[in-house]
Design a protein around this ligand. Structure first.
Ligand code: XIL
Length: 359
């Protein structure tokens, strides 16, 4: 499918990549390309999506199914039906299977942080719950999951430790404990720290400090996941480069773990729909082109710094699948709602092809 646009009455056909291009074959050695997948995809009910994922990607992340609430909805109950199918989807296709995530303030059941008599759980209780959860979940997928986002989003925007229920109940060393529990369960698994807004210097300082603290404790940590939930203009390319170079000074691999480009304005909940949902009837060509340009720019950074980057994962397959819609019409990914390739896909393919020629 070619992208066709009418500009001043002249029909232009994009001079981009052909539809046979396969992202995973175009990536440089040592860098995988992946996608976060959802229930309909790993259960096979969304067959066109399964075909696309199988053809284009060599790594998967679980959009929701390995989060605390999904795998352990109650203190005495683990549920692995969906998670098993997610893992098997990747194993069957010889893909790198990532686990996301073990410890986060979001998406655990409320029971996790509750102690006796309605009081918050104390340090020992929380550590015991964390240990049991990590041992059970990581243990189940030993040898199948290549690496885990052990802790997600532990740092606040000002670089301090986020006052999450884990931190409040256990103390700052909850992060170290989580890495310790994961490593003792599966010594071969890669372990990652994952967070967003790492292009903001204050936050990045906090993340690097945290990572260095783990390293000083001789704990295994293999990579930093930079979520990369970005917009068209922010962060700038220069900021993306600065962050990458800086994060890599820890000696760790950098992974773009949740890439998407949000095209919608940040509006309050009660905003006028015309402002909040401006592309409800389709994306103007100019923005389509800007999105393609943006993806080209960020992939150029990944190619230039390919020694530091080991993985790029999109947070969703097509615009229809993206978490960024939330009742609005967003266009953050490389395939449109009908799973047709967008100019952004052609732009990425072009960048990958020229990077190969320059090697
Ligand atoms: C999101 C999922 O995409 C949504 O379906 C869910 O409702 C909320 O979580 N950072 C993360 C991801 O680490 O786990 C989040 O995923 C997006 C932000």
């Amino acid at each position: 499918m070619r992208w066709v646009a009418a500009v001043s009455g002249i029909v232009l056909v994009s001079a981009g990549a052909d539809q046979e291009a396969v992202l995973k074959d175009l990536m440089p050695r040592g860098m995988v390309i992946g996608v976060a997948i959802n229930q309909r995809q790993f259960e096979g009910t969304d067959a066109p999506a399964v075909d696309l994922i199988t053809k284009q990607f060599n790594q998967i992340s679980p959009e929701n199914v390995l989060k605390f609430q999904s795998t352990q909805p109650a203190a005495d109950r683990y549920t692995f039906d969906s998670a098993d199918r997610y893992v098997q989807f990747g194993v069957d296709r010889h893909m790198q299977v990532v686990g996301h995530n073990l410890v986060w303030h979001s998406q655990p059941g409320a029971w996790v942080f509750q102690g006796a008599d309605g009081k918050p759980a104390d340090r020992e209780t929380l550590l015991a719950r964390m240990r049991d959860h990590i041992h059970t979940v990581v243990g189940r997928y030993k040898g199948k999951i290549l690496g885990w986002d052990v802790v997600n989003e532990a740092i606040d925007e000002d670089g301090s430790m986020r006052k999450s229920p884990w931190e409040l109940g256990i103390g700052d060393d909850y992060v170290a404990k989580a890495f310790e529990f994961a490593h003792e369960t599966d010594p071969d698994a890669e372990l990652y720290y994952n967070d967003f807004n790492l292009e903001k210097p204050a936050k990045r300082v906090g993340v690097i400090k945290l990572v260095k603290d783990l390293q000083a404790r001789n704990l295994r940590i293999d990579g930093i996941g930079n979520q990369a939930h970005w917009r068209l203009d922010t962060p700038t390319v220069a900021e993306i480069v600065d962050a990458l170079v800086d994060l890599h000074t820890t000696g760790l691999k950098v992974m773009y773990s949740e890439l998407d480009i949000n095209l919608l304005p940040n509006t309050p909940r009660d905003a006028d729909p015309a402002l909040a949902n401006p592309y409800a009837n389709g994306l103007p060509d100019q923005l389509q082109q800007q999105l393609a340009q943006r993806y080209a720019d960020v992939f150029r950074v990944f190619m230039k710094h390919r020694d530091a980057v080991t993985r790029v994962t999109f947070w969703g397959l097509s615009d229809a699948d993206s978490w960024l819609n939330r009742g609005r019409m967003n266009y953050p990914l490389l395939w449109d709602r009908q799973r047709r390739p967008k100019p952004a896909l052609d732009a990425v393919v072009d960048v990958l092809r020229s990077a190969r020629q320059q090697r």
